[in-house]
Design a protein around this ligand. Sequence first.
Ligand SMILES: [Zn+2]
Length: 330
Amino acid sequence: MRPSPVSPTVDFDRDGVQHGFLRLPYSRDDSAWGSVMIPICVVRNGKGPTALLTGANHGDEYEGPLALYELARTLDPKDVSGTVIIVPAMNYPAFRAGTRTSPIDKGNMNRAFPGRPDGTVTEKIADYFQRELLPRADIVFDFHSGGRTLDFVPFCAAHILPDKDQEKKAFAAVEAFSAPYSVRMLEIDSVGMYDTAAEEMGKVFVTTELGGGGTSRAETVRIARRGIMNVLCHEGIVNGAVEQERTRWLDMPSGDCFSFAEEDGMIETMIDLGESVEKGAVIARIYPTGRTGQAPQEIRAKMSGLLAARHFPGLVKAGDCVSVLAIELA
Ligand SMILES: [Zn+2]
């Protein structure tokens, strides 16, 4: 396969702090020989494990970038044993536009893996992570939140994996993150995900969903900042103690967790995030708005559980994910 067109302005094997770019040539109307300049920070102090930290895999999720720009500004190499690679805005064009996907090619970074060196801008970024950055990492931490269209209870998560040793290390890092909730996560659409690419390479992969709605909250940013330091301390990459807080473990046992709208309309949530429902209870109602006198469509819980995520905007379209339920583990 041809080499990546991305050139880093940092040296991954040099000790100290470097603030630079992943420079990706992008020729266009307003810049014939222009580039996309993706900010990157490398903090290295000798031999040791490598953590690869990313935010804004989706461009409208802010807890990750807020935690990681701050970490890049403040992390002292004296406190590090090994290497911390920080890319606070992985899909940088999407982050700049404040949108989930890239305005250049509509690329969803988390469906673009393994990417292509001769593909679109999003595919070229994915390819660089796949072939250059992921192989360097021992632990991969990718921040997400709900973006404009979803809202979550704040949780850190990892996936159930065939390799139980890899799974155990990931869940131990989730526990160390100490979000209010920790999730054994089920994906509905795992092909092309960064998660899957990292896990198939045998890496310890940890992610989050910390709120949403296309903004951030003081509480969720605090959780993100404390959590990532906890994970780096837990991995022995940063010297310090884990500030362990109580976390409630949730499981997503099957596709019955998810409910989808079958009609367009205006949505009324019947329970709030973190509240529990019994199987069969109405979670949300979708009102047809074209005329009066019509009954709303009822979305009923297919299992008993706690509301872990919900559709955020007031209007909903057929096919939108309305709610995600999870079961609290004793
Ligand atoms: Zn996301």
